[in-house]
Design a protein around this ligand. Sequence first.
Ligand code: ADP
Ligand code: MG
Length: 581
Amino acid sequence: MAILGIDLGTTNSLACVWKDGKPELVKNSLGELLTPSVVCLDKEGNLAVGAVAKEQLITDPEDTAASFKRWMGTPKTFTLGGRTFTPPELSALVLEKLRRDAEEALGEPVTEAVISVPAYFNDNQRSATKLAAQLAGLKADRIINEPSAAALAYRLVHGEGDACLIIFDFGGGTLDVSVVECFENVIEITAIAGDNRLGGNDVDEAIARYFCAFNELRPGSLNAEQQAILLRQAEQCKCALSWSNLAVMCLPGPDGSSYTLTLTRDLLFRLCEELFERMKRVLARAIRDSGRNIGEIDHVILVGGSSKLAVLPDFIASLFGKPPLILDDPDTIVARGVGVCAGIKERSGEIRDIVMTDVCPFTLGTSVVNDDKDQNPHMSVMIERNSVLPVSRTDRFYTTRDNQEKIRVDILQGEEYYARDNLKLGEVLITVPPEPAGKQWVKTTFTYDINGVLQVEVENPSTARKKTAYVVNPSLHLSEEELEQKLQELAAIRSQLDQSEEEQLLLATAERIFAESTGRLRKETGRLLDLYRAMLAEGGGPALRHRERKWMKSQLEKLEKYREGEVFDLELPDSWEDDGE
Ligand code: ADP
Ligand code: MG
């Protein structure tokens, strides 16, 4: 039975399956790839989802909901046709439509899905997405980040070599920029930045505003329906410029007259200038946070429907000095990547398992409560926001009272100083032998994986007593076996990420050269060893460590060559040059 890959978008949603060794997009009941993420329940109780509901946004805006993805994980509700809906319920209606249409197209029942979400979605938003799937009759224990999905689709075409990518996802209402590093079978998001008020809608609005100014219409003079029509025309003309040099907008005026505007690419470019400025800032932030410089970016990949904006490639080219990469159809890239992920989940032999590492968008921590009179315990951070996933951290916590018998370790998520201001996910209570304060302690380990399973292990070394809590997203109810399977996957991921053996080999090689050599070579080898040891001690994400390994390896090769009598051209990093030689 096929697993359905779903790009559940703010504006449009798509489905994709893994078939005959490649991702295959699934058409909906109208024969289209894109299903608008819009739901309408009219006063007569008729439900419409997708293209039909999108039409009703104009004719029956009161009973129609769009862009509800923005509100996932929040208490906001929508009232349509006199009934109240939560964002997961509305999303479930979209998912249900995708599921049914896919069943029709594939000719078999679909019960399982992989769904993509923005990289910045927090635990609540991810849980809300899983809940939506459940409500739509879909088991979705795999949630994948949209930029990771796009990188998967990229690798399918461009192979598995090392690459540092910018995924520029420009959708209907949002811009998400991610720096993604790919090497071996790892895909790591190293930085994310975005503007959730910058999307294709803003281009439409800029065009509509110009239309009004050009025709000397006061924006207030149009009624709601005229405004909706104007915006729709603006959108149509914007899209038409992707294949045509000009597009004409026309709105009926009083007494049989009409207002018109001829839109050209030049004009579109000018109307977008302010939006381009904002894009530039988001790009700069993402690149700066990734620790890379602009020259190190191999490709900028345009993703999302608005990436088809006729004037966007020129703008990107002007910033990066090279044109962006456009992989087929930008608005289906994420869905195709999710399809690849579905294939991995089905364990299709054709694709290698890929480790996707993401950054954790929120902080996880604990407050250790030694005493119930302890009124205001503070948050003790275990996993810092923006840590690369999967991640594991260990810390010790001591008793604070004589003869204390229990230590309670709270599991918290959030950024607030006081424990009580953060979201409590669970707790572990452990018994310790009564002894003077500060004698007994617990070793606490937090491990968080890419599927949203947080494992908290608390151990009292003197009794060897150990307790483990698993916090799975609260709305997701896993059976014992599923949890076991997840934990095995987690162990596999951890061992794949732990490339310390290679690092040990590099150190051992350097030590051998040091032992074997004399004079300047020996001195240089010693410095190289110190520097690499310092790099390892500093830690860092898998991508950084991979680069450091590559660098160290090339340095060692040069040392070996020097010993063989070749030219000495060691490339010294800046820190070496300071202390002169
Ligand atoms: P989301 O990820 O928010 O669900 P999409 O990636 O589907 O959104 O993008 C939808 C946006 O793409 C809409 O604003 C639409 O106007 C825009 N769009 C689609 N085709 C084109 C085109 N040819 N030129 C410019 N914008 C386009
Ligand atoms: Mg999208």
